[in-house]
Design a protein around this ligand. Structure first.
Ligand SMILES: [Zn+2]
Length: 237
Protein backbone atom coordinates (compact mmCIF):
# COMPACT_ATOMS: atom_id res chain seq x y z
CA UNK A 1 0.00 0.00 0.00
CA UNK A 2 1.03 3.56 -0.68
CA UNK A 3 1.89 5.53 2.49
CA UNK A 4 -0.67 8.08 3.66
CA UNK A 5 0.39 10.72 1.13
CA UNK A 6 -1.92 13.39 -0.25
CA UNK A 7 -2.10 13.26 -4.06
CA UNK A 8 -3.24 16.45 -5.80
CA UNK A 9 -4.43 15.64 -9.32
CA UNK A 10 -4.71 18.62 -11.68
CA UNK A 11 -7.18 17.87 -14.45
CA UNK A 12 -9.81 15.11 -14.41
CA UNK A 13 -10.15 14.61 -18.17
CA UNK A 14 -8.69 12.06 -20.56
CA UNK A 15 -5.38 11.90 -18.70
CA UNK A 16 -6.63 12.60 -15.18
CA UNK A 17 -9.32 9.90 -15.15
CA UNK A 18 -6.93 6.98 -15.76
CA UNK A 19 -4.39 8.63 -13.44
CA UNK A 20 -7.00 8.69 -10.65
CA UNK A 21 -7.90 5.06 -11.30
CA UNK A 22 -4.18 4.23 -11.28
CA UNK A 23 -3.74 5.97 -7.93
CA UNK A 24 -6.63 3.94 -6.58
CA UNK A 25 -5.01 0.76 -7.93
CA UNK A 26 -1.73 1.81 -6.34
CA UNK A 27 -3.31 2.09 -2.91
CA UNK A 28 -3.68 5.86 -2.60
CA UNK A 29 -5.92 6.85 0.29
CA UNK A 30 -6.13 10.65 0.04
CA UNK A 31 -6.75 12.47 -3.24
CA UNK A 32 -7.61 16.02 -4.24
CA UNK A 33 -9.27 16.35 -7.67
CA UNK A 34 -8.93 19.75 -9.37
CA UNK A 35 -10.91 20.57 -12.52
CA UNK A 36 -13.25 23.43 -13.42
CA UNK A 37 -14.87 21.69 -16.39
CA UNK A 38 -18.09 19.74 -16.73
CA UNK A 39 -18.62 16.25 -18.13
CA UNK A 40 -19.35 16.21 -21.88
CA UNK A 41 -20.90 13.41 -23.86
CA UNK A 42 -18.41 13.75 -26.74
CA UNK A 43 -15.35 12.52 -24.82
CA UNK A 44 -16.92 10.03 -22.42
CA UNK A 45 -15.03 7.17 -24.11
CA UNK A 46 -11.66 8.33 -22.78
CA UNK A 47 -12.82 10.04 -19.60
CA UNK A 48 -13.44 6.71 -17.97
CA UNK A 49 -14.67 7.87 -14.56
CA UNK A 50 -17.91 9.25 -16.02
CA UNK A 51 -21.03 7.92 -17.70
CA UNK A 52 -24.07 9.35 -19.48
CA UNK A 53 -25.77 10.21 -16.21
CA UNK A 54 -22.92 12.57 -15.33
CA UNK A 55 -23.14 14.76 -18.47
CA UNK A 56 -23.28 18.41 -17.40
CA UNK A 57 -22.00 17.76 -13.86
CA UNK A 58 -18.66 19.16 -12.58
CA UNK A 59 -15.90 16.63 -13.33
CA UNK A 60 -14.10 17.20 -10.02
CA UNK A 61 -17.26 16.53 -8.01
CA UNK A 62 -18.18 13.39 -9.95
CA UNK A 63 -14.65 11.99 -9.88
CA UNK A 64 -14.24 12.64 -6.15
CA UNK A 65 -17.63 11.04 -5.40
CA UNK A 66 -16.68 7.95 -7.42
CA UNK A 67 -13.41 7.61 -5.53
CA UNK A 68 -15.17 8.06 -2.18
CA UNK A 69 -17.49 5.17 -3.06
CA UNK A 70 -14.32 3.11 -3.51
CA UNK A 71 -13.21 3.98 0.03
CA UNK A 72 -10.78 6.83 -0.70
CA UNK A 73 -10.78 10.18 1.06
CA UNK A 74 -11.36 12.38 -1.99
CA UNK A 75 -11.93 16.14 -2.10
CA UNK A 76 -13.12 18.12 -5.15
CA UNK A 77 -11.74 21.53 -6.12
CA UNK A 78 -13.90 22.64 -9.08
CA UNK A 79 -11.80 25.70 -9.82
CA UNK A 80 -10.04 27.07 -12.90
CA UNK A 81 -6.27 27.14 -12.52
CA UNK A 82 -4.19 29.86 -14.16
CA UNK A 83 -0.40 29.99 -14.62
CA UNK A 84 -0.27 33.42 -12.97
CA UNK A 85 -1.95 32.37 -9.72
CA UNK A 86 -0.65 28.83 -9.62
CA UNK A 87 2.27 29.16 -7.18
CA UNK A 88 0.35 30.85 -4.32
CA UNK A 89 -2.54 28.43 -4.80
CA UNK A 90 -0.23 25.40 -4.64
CA UNK A 91 1.45 26.61 -1.45
CA UNK A 92 -1.75 25.84 0.46
CA UNK A 93 -1.28 22.08 0.16
CA UNK A 94 0.62 19.78 2.47
CA UNK A 95 4.40 20.12 2.00
CA UNK A 96 4.86 16.42 1.19
CA UNK A 97 1.84 16.17 -1.16
CA UNK A 98 2.57 14.69 -4.58
CA UNK A 99 1.28 16.80 -7.48
CA UNK A 100 0.02 14.90 -10.53
CA UNK A 101 -0.29 17.30 -13.49
CA UNK A 102 -2.82 16.04 -16.05
CA UNK A 103 -4.15 19.22 -17.68
CA UNK A 104 -4.01 19.94 -21.42
CA UNK A 105 -2.39 23.37 -20.96
CA UNK A 106 1.35 23.65 -21.78
CA UNK A 107 1.52 27.01 -19.96
CA UNK A 108 0.06 25.46 -16.83
CA UNK A 109 2.46 22.52 -17.00
CA UNK A 110 5.45 24.87 -16.98
CA UNK A 111 3.93 26.99 -14.20
CA UNK A 112 3.33 23.83 -12.20
CA UNK A 113 6.90 22.64 -12.79
CA UNK A 114 8.32 26.00 -11.69
CA UNK A 115 6.14 26.20 -8.58
CA UNK A 116 6.94 22.63 -7.52
CA UNK A 117 10.68 23.24 -8.00
CA UNK A 118 10.52 26.52 -6.04
CA UNK A 119 8.47 24.94 -3.23
CA UNK A 120 10.57 21.75 -3.24
CA UNK A 121 7.56 19.58 -4.01
CA UNK A 122 7.35 16.18 -5.67
CA UNK A 123 5.66 16.28 -9.05
CA UNK A 124 4.56 13.91 -11.77
CA UNK A 125 3.68 15.54 -15.09
CA UNK A 126 2.64 14.18 -18.46
CA UNK A 127 0.84 14.67 -21.75
CA UNK A 128 -0.50 12.59 -24.62
CA UNK A 129 -1.43 13.25 -28.22
CA UNK A 130 -2.08 10.87 -31.07
CA UNK A 131 -0.21 7.65 -30.34
CA UNK A 132 2.44 9.30 -28.17
CA UNK A 133 2.69 10.15 -24.51
CA UNK A 134 5.33 11.45 -22.19
CA UNK A 135 5.77 11.53 -18.44
CA UNK A 136 8.32 12.75 -15.91
CA UNK A 137 8.69 12.53 -12.14
CA UNK A 138 10.41 15.48 -10.44
CA UNK A 139 11.69 15.63 -6.87
CA UNK A 140 13.83 18.16 -4.95
CA UNK A 141 17.34 18.10 -6.44
CA UNK A 142 16.38 16.19 -9.58
CA UNK A 143 16.16 17.37 -13.16
CA UNK A 144 12.85 19.10 -13.93
CA UNK A 145 10.53 19.48 -16.92
CA UNK A 146 12.43 22.60 -18.03
CA UNK A 147 15.68 20.65 -18.06
CA UNK A 148 14.17 18.77 -21.03
CA UNK A 149 11.87 21.42 -22.55
CA UNK A 150 13.19 24.89 -21.80
CA UNK A 151 10.02 26.82 -22.70
CA UNK A 152 6.43 26.07 -23.71
CA UNK A 153 6.00 25.58 -27.45
CA UNK A 154 4.24 28.36 -29.40
CA UNK A 155 0.48 27.98 -29.31
CA UNK A 156 0.42 27.54 -33.09
CA UNK A 157 2.54 24.40 -32.68
CA UNK A 158 0.42 22.86 -29.93
CA UNK A 159 -2.69 21.39 -31.51
CA UNK A 160 -5.49 20.31 -29.22
CA UNK A 161 -6.71 16.74 -28.95
CA UNK A 162 -9.66 17.76 -31.12
CA UNK A 163 -7.34 19.10 -33.82
CA UNK A 164 -4.62 16.45 -33.79
CA UNK A 165 -6.63 13.46 -32.65
CA UNK A 166 -5.83 11.22 -29.76
CA UNK A 167 -6.38 7.55 -29.14
CA UNK A 168 -8.19 7.15 -25.83
CA UNK A 169 -6.27 4.02 -24.94
CA UNK A 170 -2.95 5.87 -25.49
CA UNK A 171 -4.07 8.56 -23.06
CA UNK A 172 -5.10 5.79 -20.69
CA UNK A 173 -1.66 4.17 -20.78
CA UNK A 174 -0.01 7.53 -20.14
CA UNK A 175 -2.38 8.38 -17.29
CA UNK A 176 -1.83 5.04 -15.60
CA UNK A 177 1.92 5.46 -16.07
CA UNK A 178 1.73 8.84 -14.31
CA UNK A 179 -0.08 7.21 -11.41
CA UNK A 180 2.55 4.48 -11.29
CA UNK A 181 5.32 7.09 -11.05
CA UNK A 182 3.39 8.95 -8.34
CA UNK A 183 2.87 5.81 -6.26
CA UNK A 184 6.53 4.85 -6.71
CA UNK A 185 7.52 8.34 -5.53
CA UNK A 186 5.28 7.97 -2.48
CA UNK A 187 6.94 4.68 -1.62
CA UNK A 188 10.47 5.98 -2.25
CA UNK A 189 10.90 3.49 -5.08
CA UNK A 190 11.29 5.84 -8.04
CA UNK A 191 14.89 6.94 -7.55
CA UNK A 192 16.03 5.65 -10.96
CA UNK A 193 13.03 7.19 -12.70
CA UNK A 194 13.13 10.66 -11.13
CA UNK A 195 14.23 13.45 -13.47
CA UNK A 196 13.95 11.34 -16.64
CA UNK A 197 11.40 12.08 -19.31
CA UNK A 198 9.74 8.90 -20.52
CA UNK A 199 8.63 9.03 -24.15
CA UNK A 200 5.98 6.44 -24.89
CA UNK A 201 5.70 5.76 -28.62
CA UNK A 202 2.61 3.63 -28.49
CA UNK A 203 2.46 2.99 -32.21
CA UNK A 204 5.91 1.45 -32.40
CA UNK A 205 5.95 0.13 -28.84
CA UNK A 206 9.22 1.93 -28.10
CA UNK A 207 9.80 3.58 -24.73
CA UNK A 208 12.87 5.75 -24.32
CA UNK A 209 14.10 8.11 -21.64
CA UNK A 210 15.64 11.58 -22.01
CA UNK A 211 17.75 13.45 -19.50
CA UNK A 212 18.25 12.24 -15.97
CA UNK A 213 20.40 15.00 -14.49
CA UNK A 214 19.78 18.74 -14.09
CA UNK A 215 20.68 20.81 -17.19
CA UNK A 216 23.26 23.53 -16.80
CA UNK A 217 21.50 26.89 -16.87
CA UNK A 218 18.04 25.58 -15.98
CA UNK A 219 16.24 27.66 -13.36
CA UNK A 220 15.99 24.60 -11.09
CA UNK A 221 19.77 24.88 -10.62
CA UNK A 222 19.22 28.10 -8.66
CA UNK A 223 16.98 26.23 -6.23
CA UNK A 224 19.09 23.06 -6.09
CA UNK A 225 22.67 24.20 -6.80
CA UNK A 226 24.52 21.35 -5.09
CA UNK A 227 24.34 18.68 -7.78
CA UNK A 228 26.73 18.55 -10.73
CA UNK A 229 24.99 19.87 -13.84
CA UNK A 230 25.25 18.33 -17.29
CA UNK A 231 25.88 20.50 -20.32
CA UNK A 232 23.49 18.82 -22.71
CA UNK A 233 19.74 18.46 -22.55
CA UNK A 234 19.11 15.11 -24.09
CA UNK A 235 20.76 11.83 -23.18
CA UNK A 236 19.09 8.93 -24.94
CA UNK A 237 19.15 5.52 -23.37
ZN1 LIG B 1 15.47 22.06 -14.49
Amino acid sequence: MTPDVQFVVLGAGGLGCPALLGLRAGGARRVVVVDHDRVERSNLHRQVLYDLGDVGAPKAEVAAATLRRAGLEAVAHPIKLTPEAFGPWLSGFEPDAIIVECTDSPALKFACNDACVAQRRRLVLGAALGLRGHAIAVAPGSACYRCVFETPPPEALTPSCAEAGVLGSAVGVTGFFLAHLACALAQGQALEAVGRLYELSLGSGIIRTIGGRPRSGCRCRAVHPTESPVSTTAVFT
